[in-house]
Design a protein around this ligand. Structure first.
Ligand SMILES: N[C@@H](CCC(=O)N[C@@H](CS)C(=O)NCC(=O)O)C(=O)O
Length: 205
């Protein structure tokens, strides 16, 4: 399999999962800044022009963070990335969807790409402020969700990498603080050898 990623993008979380698993994989950087995601070489792999994209050894490439994370956890059970069926699994899906669909797509996307949300450049500051508000509310939700827990679903699972990448953006890119339990979760993620290997591979460490 082959991961298409951009250094420090949301694909970092999938990179961590691949390192947790330890099965052989290739990784290819896509230069989002120069628009490589829109070039035919990449759209032939993923017409959505997005990373993460996971090219499988057989079949169509897999896209969308939650689907790729679920696929990896289900395909490599020995890595213990899949929570137990029932509430732990539901909590993992709930958190992954919230981090990707709300904190990332509605919050951070407004901060990093205001032009995608406003027709006029003059609205950019208001769009960014709304993005920050959505993200801050998301952090508060995750702070509550981590009450009494080290990991999102109780035990470490695929969901923790989704929370990790949005926290990486906040802490390392925006250099803003995280609330207490979320900060402790972020520190636990940074301490994992798999996270460290993925960050070195992406030139972030
Ligand atoms: N819904 C997608 C979102 C992926 C996404 O937005 N990826 C960003 C990087 S963090 C991207 O590829 N952006 C390129 C672009 O929008 O041109 C997922 O869950 O994987």
């Amino acid at each position: 399999m082959k991961l298409f990623y951009a250094p420090g993008a949301c694909s970092l979380g999938i990179h961590v999962l691949l390192e947790e698993i330890g099965a052989p994989y290739e990784a290819e950087a896509v230069d989002l800044r120069s628009g490589a995601q829109f070039k035919p070489e990449f759209t032939a792999v993923n017409p959505k022009s997005k990373v993460p994209t996971l090219a499988l050894d057989e079949g169509a490439p897999l896209t969308e963070y939650p689907a790729i994370a679920y696929y990896l956890a289900a395909t490599y059970p020995a890595a213990k990335l899949m929570p137990a069926a029932g509430e732990p699994m539901a909590r993992a899906i709930e958190a992954t969807d919230f981090c990707v669909s709300t904190m990332h797509m509605q919050g951070f996307s407004r901060i990093f790409r205001p032009a995608n949300f406003a027709p006029s450049e003059g609205d950019a500051d208001a769009v960014k402020a709304r993005g920050a508000e959505i993200f801050d509310k998301g952090l508060a939700v995750m702070e509550k969700a981590l009450e009494g827990k080290d990991w999102v679903a109780g035990e470490f699972s695929f969901a923790d990498t989704a929370l990790f990448y949005v926290c990486y953006w906040r802490a390392a890119r925006l250099k803003l603080p995280l609330p207490e339990r979320v900060a402790a979760h972020y520190a636990r993620m940074l301490a994992r050898p798999a996270t460290q290997r993925a960050m070195v591979a992406e030139g972030l460490a």
